[in-house]
Ligand binder design. Structure first.
Ligand SMILES: *[C@@H]1O[C@H](CO)[C@@H](O)[C@H](O)[C@H]1NC(C)=O
Ligand SMILES: *[C@@H]1O[C@H](CO)[C@@H](O)[C@H](O)[C@H]1NC(C)=O
Ligand SMILES: *[C@@H]1O[C@H](CO)[C@@H](O)[C@H](O)[C@H]1NC(C)=O
Ligand SMILES: *[C@@H]1O[C@H](CO)[C@@H](O)[C@H](O)[C@H]1NC(C)=O
Ligand SMILES: *[C@@H]1O[C@H](CO)[C@@H](O)[C@H](O)[C@H]1NC(C)=O
Ligand SMILES: *[C@@H]1O[C@H](CO)[C@@H](O)[C@H](O)[C@H]1NC(C)=O
Ligand SMILES: *[C@@H]1O[C@H](CO)[C@@H](O)[C@H](O)[C@H]1NC(C)=O
Ligand SMILES: *[C@@H]1O[C@H](CO)[C@@H](O)[C@H](O)[C@H]1NC(C)=O
Length: 365
C-alpha cells in the first residue's frame, strides 16, 4: 500500500515542486512568431533543459504532437511532424506544420506538462490576385484620369501602394476600400486619380507580410499632346481612306487587265487564223523571193498588201521591161493602192480557204 501511494504521489510532488525547480527542468527557448503563405510549411522550435520527460505541442489549445524523452515523438497526423536536435544546452523539438491552412493561424504552444509553457503566434496568409482594370490608356493634357486596381482573395487585406515609373505616388492621390468575403478572404479596390504631364508606367503594388516581394500590376499611360493627338486621329483617318482607295483602285486595275487580256486573247486566236498566218506566209515568201525586195519596200506601209503588190509587179514585170522605172516614179503610191484594192479583195477571198492548211503548219512549229 505504501509503495503504491508513493508511486502515485511522486508525480504530484514533482509537478508541485517543478516550478520551484525550474533551473533543472524548464523551457530554455520557446517558439517564435511565424508568418507563412497558405499551403507552405511552418516550423517552431522549443528547447528544454536536461531532465524533461514529456513535451506537448498545442495548436490553438489542442494537442497536435507529443514527444516523450524515452519513446520519441507520437505523430497522430501527417500535417504535424517533428524533428529532434540535441545539444549541450538541451533538447530541441522542432514542430513542422505542413500545408498550412488559414485556420492554423493562432497560438502555437510548447508545454512541458505543468512545469512550463511558452507560446508564439502563427499567421497564415493568402496571396490573392491583383489587376489593373484599365488596359493601355491614352491621356490628354489637363485630363484627370481614374485608374482602378483590384486585389481579390487576400488574407489579411493587402497594403496597396502606387508607383509612377520608379517613384511612389503620394497617398492623397488614391483611395483604397477593403471588404471581407464570406470565405474570410479580403478584397481591396484602389482608385488612383491623377493628371499626367508625360507618359508614365503606373504600378499598383499589393503587400502582405508573408510575401517576399509585393505583388504588382502595371499599366502604361500614354500622354498624348492634344495638338498631336488631333493630327494623329486625322492622320489615321486619312491613311485609312488612302489605303482603301489604293486597294480598291488596284483591284479595279487588276480586273480591267484581266478583262483586257481575256478579250485580246480571244480576238488574237481568231485573227491569228487569218492575218498573222498570211503575214508569216508572205514573209516566208519574201525571204525566198529576194528579187522582189525593192518592190516590197515601196508598199512597206501595208505589209498585208504585199502579195497584191507582188501580184501587181508580176503583172508589171510581164509588161515590157523598158518602162518599169518611169512607171514607179510617175505613178503615186496612192494610185497603186487604189488600183490594187479592187484586185486585193477578190484575191483574199480566194486565198482564205487555203489558209487553214497553213495554220496547222505554223502551230506544229
Ligand atoms: C507575436 O505575435 C503576437 C500577436 O501577433 C504579438 O502580440 C507579439 O508581440 C509577437 N511577438 C513578437 C516577439 O514579435
Ligand atoms: C530550430 O533549431 C534547429 C537547430 O538549432 C535549426 O536548424 C532550425 O532552423 C530551427 N528552426 C526554427 C524554425 O527556428
Ligand atoms: C503570389 O501570387 C501571384 C499571382 O498569383 C504569383 O505571381 C506570385 O508568384 C505569388 N507569390 C508567391 C510568393 O507565391
Ligand atoms: C491646360 O491647362 C493650362 C493651364 O490651365 C492651359 O494653359 C492650357 O491651355 C490647357 N491645355 C488644354 C489643351 O486645355
Ligand atoms: C478605368 O477603369 C474604370 C473601371 O473599369 C473606369 O471607371 C475608369 O473610367 C477607367 N479609367 C480610364 C481613364 O479609362
Ligand atoms: C516614364 O517611363 C516612360 C517609359 O520608359 C518614359 O517614356 C517616360 O518619359 C517616363 N516618365 C518620367 C516622368 O520619367
Ligand atoms: C513587379 O513584379 C515583378 C515580378 O515579380 C518584378 O520583377 C518587378 O520588379 C516588380 N515591379 C515593381 C515596380 O515592383
Ligand atoms: C505639345 O506639343 C507642342 C508642339 O509639339 C509643344 O510646344 C508643347 O509644349 C506640348 N505640350 C505639352 C504639354 O507637352
Amino acid at each position: 500500500m505504501e509503495r503504491f501511494q508513493k508511486f502515485i504521489l511522486l508525480p504530484l510532488i514533482l509537478t508541485a515542486s517543478l516550478p520551484g525547480l525550474a533551473f533543472c527542468y524548464s523551457i530554455i527557448n520557446g517558439p517564435t512568431n511565424a508568418t507563412v503563405l497558405a499551403g507552405s510549411e511552418a516550423r517552431f522550435n522549443c528547447t528544454v533543459s536536461e531532465g524533461w520527460i514529456i513535451l506537448i505541442w498545442l495548436s490553438n489549445g489542442s494537442p497536435v504532437l507529443t514527444v516523450s524523452s524515452s519513446q520519441g515523438a507520437f505523430e497522430t497526423s501527417d500535417r504535424f511532424t517533428s524533428q529532434n536536435y540535441t545539444s549541450s544546452s538541451g533538447f530541441t523539438s522542432e514542430l513542422i506544420i505542413h500545408n498550412t491552412q488559414l485556420s492554423d493561424s493562432g497560438k502555437i504552444e510548447c508545454s512541458v506538462q505543468q512545469a512550463d509553457s511558452k507560446f508564439a503566434f502563427l499567421s497564415v496568409q493568402v496571396n490573392g490576385s491583383l489587376s489593373i482594370k484599365n488596359s493601355t490608356l491614352t491621356v490628354k493634357e489637363n485630363e484627370t484620369i481614374e485608374i482602378v486596381c483590384e486585389a481579390l482573395g487576400w488574407a489579411p487585406a493587402p497594403d496597396i501602394t502606387w508607383m509612377t515609373n520608379d517613384s511612389f505616388i503620394d497617398k492623397s492621390k488614391y483611395v483604397t476600400q477593403q471588404s471581407q468575403g464570406s470565405n474570410g478572404l479580403y478584397d481591396a479596390l484602389s482608385i488612383l486619380t491623377l493628371t499626367l504631364t508625360d507618359t508614365e508606367i503606373l504600378t499598383c503594388l499589393a503587400d502582405i507580410e508573408a510575401l517576399p516581394n509585393p505583388q504588382n500590376a502595371s499599366v502604361t499611360c500614354i500622354f498624348v499632346n492634344s495638338t498631336l493627338e488631333n493630327a494623329y486621329s486625322e492622320d489615321s483617318r486619312s491613311t485609312w481612306v488612302i489605303v482603301l482607295a489604293v486597294v480598291l483602285s488596284l483591284v479595279g486595275i487588276i480586273l480591267l487587265i484581266i478583262i483586257i487580256v481575256v478579250v485580246v486573247r480571244c480576238c488574237l486566236k481568231k485573227k491569228e487564223s487569218t492575218y498573222q498566218t498570211e503575214i508569216r506566209k508572205v514573209s516566208a515568201e519574201k525571204n525566198t523571193d529576194s528579187d522582189l525586195k525593192n518592190m516590197q519596200r515601196h508598199g512597206s506601209e501595208n505589209q498585208g498588201y504585199i502579195p497584191e503588190e507582188r501580184w501587181n509587179t508580176e503583172h508589171i514585170s510581164r509588161i515590157p521591161s523598158s518602162s518599169p522605172v518611169s512607171s514607179k516614179i510617175t505613178v503615186p503610191a496612192e494610185d497603186l493602192h487604189t488600183s490594187s484594192v479592187p484586185k486585193v479583195r477578190p484575191q483574199r477571198r480566194t486565198d482564205y480557204p487555203i489558209s487553214p492548211k497553213k495554220i496547222r503548219n505554223v502551230t506544229l512549229v
